[in-house]
Design a protein around this ligand. Structure first.
Ligand code: NDP
Length: 500
């Protein structure tokens, strides 16, 4: 059923609209307003007023509200999973999984905000031992969260829950492909926090995101492609608005010679094909030790061939959510095959009009697009290595650096520590994303800053330091009335202390 959605009372001023579709069928699900810079300014003013209240009620009251929200979402997992499935195309089970993970994050952020951000005493140091020193982390104010469509609940929640727990209010601009999911989230929190709009929806297209960046919000938390991330940074530079960048990835899965090969292949198939490969931390490259390479390729081929993309309950994964992604996947597969790669499963014909059948490519030149660029489709490349050094070199030969997985019985940590990525799973895949205590984020073209965990809370707060004079002493160096020779004497004492 098609609905026309308004996001607030002043929608009448929104001349332009856009449609959100079911990517499996093309059915129009809703028509929504493209909000203008002026409308964003109005919402920002409301968010500022709400933030005064939200900050002032303190950690305890915020925790109580956020835990209510967690419970409310948990009670309606089936309902939101259905919205995700219809608007994003992924199978219902995948939709349920992302909601389950998201509520874990709300729970953790709510319960840990005071401990991580609350005021704590620190040592003033010997030089100023007559002072008391303390630091606390105070909210930025209003945070703009710009989200992607591939995990429309889990991904923005990594910013929203942590920003709210820290005492900020949020303006949330979901992807134009999943605005109804964003709307559901905003409505669900307004039921448990009815007093003020602590989380508001901003709908529209790319320009709306750009307008949010220059609206005067106090921080932007962006999740999306590296290319858009650069535009967001440039826009935010205008007002020196701080940014968190969660961008694309080209994650690797390494299968060592002593690995449990069936488990590694099962993980590679989940990491590479679930959600049609449209996962920032999806497995796009597999490197297997030469002793297990043939076994890995054979098992990968067998399992990948058994996958069935579709829209029904038995489907392994759904359609490509964003039609333009089909061209990118096609270009990467064609480029690899043109350069001599071998299609172990699928090939050029695998890319259809809405769906992409599984593709496994072997003998892919390391400089081909399928190895160097984010494909974001149900494709995997498989390569070989002889030594750990070679595996690390190949794994790290990318501008991206988001997540990775290592399968090894004896040297998982050793390999993991040498990977240039923000996160690594050992003998599993993407497991770090489900652990709310672990920071999540990348390096290089995958971005910077962290969501999740204590670092994720600090990302949405600024440190405020306080130094309090406890006991006045005659040796006051910050007074122009200080005694002549005092600093010379102090210099000698410092030199002695540091062994000069
Ligand atoms: P995009 O970069 O296309 O869009 C991301 C968001 O930015 C959308 O809400 C989009 O709005 C908005 N946007 C577009 N143009 C601008 C602009 N000029 N200024 C401000 N905002 C803008 O990414 P996708 O939605 O296609 O998401 C897929 C990408 O996200 C992949 O690269 C994936 O790896 C990455 N990703 C990263 C994650 C991480 O944690 N590191 C997690 C999940 C995804 P609109 O949709 O209306 O154009």
């Amino acid at each position: 059923m098609t609905e026309t959605v308004t996001t607030d009372a002043d929608q009448a001023t929104s001349a332009e609209t856009f449609q959100t579709l079911n990517p499996a069928t093309g059915e129009v699900l809703a028509t929504l307003p493209v909000e203008s810079a002026q409308q964003i300014a109005g919402k920002l003013a409301d968010a500022r007023a709400a933030q005064q209240w939200w900050a002032q009620i303190g950690f305890g009251a915020r925790k109580e509200r956020l835990l209510k929200w967690r419970t409310a979402i948990s009670a309606r997992i089936e309902e939101i999973a259905e919205v995700i499935h219809r608007e994003g195309g992924k199978p219902l089970d995948d939709a349920r999984l992302e909601v389950i993970l998201a509520v874990e994050h709300i729970d953790w952020a709510a319960k840990n905000a005071r401990k991580v951000l609350g005021r704590r005493n620190v040592s003033p140091g010997m030089l100023l031992a007559n002072y008391a020193a303390s630091v606390s982390h105070v909210p930025y104010g209003v945070v703009g969260v710009i989200g992607p469509w591939n995990y429309p609940v889990f991904t923005p929640m990594g910013s929203i829950a942590y920003a709210l727990a820290a005492g900020n209010t949020v303006l949330f601009k979901p992807s134009e492909y999943t605005p109804l999911v964003g709307k559901w989230l905003v409505e669900s929190i307004s039921e448990v926090v009815p007093e003020h709009p602590v989380l508001q929806l901003v709908t529209g297209l790319g320009q709306t995101g750009a307008d949010l960046c220059t609206s005067g919000v106090d921080k932007i938390a962006f999740t999306g492609s590296t290319g858009t991330g650069k535009k967001v940074m440039a826009a935010c530079a205008q007002n020196l608005t701080p940014v968190l960048m969660e961008c694309g990835g080209k994650d690797v899965l390494i299968v060592d010679e002593d690995a449990d090969v069936p488990a590694a292949v099962d993980a590679a198939v989940f990491g590479g094909f679930s959600n049609a490969g449209q996962t920032c931390i999806g497995t796009e490259r597999v490197y297997a030790h030469e002793k297990v390479y043939d076994d890995v390729v054979a098992r990968l081929a067998e399992t990948a061939r058994s996958l069935v993309p579709g829209d029904d309950t038995g489907a392994s994964y759904g359609p490509m959510t964003m039609p333009s992604q089909l061209d990118i996947v096609r270009r990467h597969v064609d480029d690899a095959l043109d350069r001599g790669a071998r299609a172990v499963v699928g090939g050029r014909d695998s890319v259809g009009e809405r769906y992409v059948a599984p593709v496994v490519l072997a003998d892919v030149p390391e400089d081909s697009l399928a190895v160097t660029e984010e494909t974001f489709g149900p494709t995997i490349t498989v390569g070989k290595f002889a030594t750990v050094d070679e595996a690390i070199k190949k794994a790290n030969a990318t501008r991206y650096g988001l997540g990775a997985a290592v399968f090894s019985k004896s040297r998982g940590e050793l390999i993991a520590e040498r990977l240039r990525t923000g996160m690594v799973s050992i003998n599993s895949v993407v497991s770090f994303a489900g652990m709310a205590s672990l920071p999540f984020g990348g390096v290089g073209d995958s971005g910077f800053g962290r969501i999740h965990g204590a670092d994720g809370l600090r990302e949405f707060a600024r440190a405020q330091s306080i130094a309090r004079l406890r006991v006045p002493i005659p040796l006051n160096v910050t007074s122009l009335a200080r005694r002549p020779g005092m600093l010379k004497m102090l210099g000698k004492a410092v030199a002695k202390r540091f062994g000069a």
